[in-house]
Write a protein that binds this ligand. Sequence first.
Ligand SMILES: C[S@@+](CC[C@H](N)C(=O)[O-])C[C@H]1O[C@@H](n2cnc3c(N)ncnc32)[C@H](O)[C@@H]1O
Length: 253
Amino acid sequence: MRKILIIGIGAGNPDHVTVQAIKALNQVDVFFIPDKGTDKVALQRLRKDICERFIEGSDYRMVPMPIPTRAAAGQDYRGSVDQWHAQLADAYESLIMAELGEGECGGFLVWGDPTLYDSTLRIIDHIQAKGCALEYDIIPGISSVQALAARHRVALNRIGQPVLITTGRKLTEGFPDNLDSVVVMLDGDQAFTRIEADDLDIYWGAYLGTEDEILVAGKLSEVAADIERIRRQAREEKGWIMDTYLLRKGGKT
Ligand SMILES: C[S@@+](CC[C@H](N)C(=O)[O-])C[C@H]1O[C@@H](n2cnc3c(N)ncnc32)[C@H](O)[C@@H]1O
């Protein structure tokens, strides 16, 4: 039986890699490296550095996996994502069957944690559901959300209260009435600049865990414009950005 390990590699700092992930890395014969064509060189380098640092010997292969671009979502966001996943599942299945021998182990190095805003798990699930004979395991990783909270020394939830993890796209519908802690990811349009609330604090982080990490915290109404400017400048300089933030009502604790 072919085996796939979906390995969380942390959010940018090679020190995030767990002992469990190191053991998993050392079992892999073939790493499948998704290539969107626009992948940031720095992220590719981090994957390579992790393999070189943590794998004993060099008895593994790297196979690039071209990723088709997702069609524009239009009105049916969920439909377009499902269709894209089905397309990806076909492409992944063909490559896995061609590159991975019976009894061999394939690996996917997933940014942060594989169970948080990442498609790899759904795609492998999809392939298995189509009847492809493979088994898989997931190795959790330190997500950007955990890295953000740790660097700002802030708990994600207030005492006894829930926390919502959502996207910039969802935040444009407004800050939820019944919550006081909201973590926002995948926000290319700076949805936080359109939230009007006097009682919100923001804990923002970009390039978390890397040498270029930037942290800003403060009252949203006072620092939103600064974050927007810092974000724009950093993005222009590096050519890409990854940022995430916690919005908190009612103070730090
Ligand atoms: C496709 S999601 C992947 C999330 C990842 N699985 C995780 O556990 O963090 C990409 C989003 O994660 C966040 N992100 C990932 N790495 C980050 C980092 N090093 N610094 C800041 N945000 C990061 C950003 O919001 C980015 O848009």
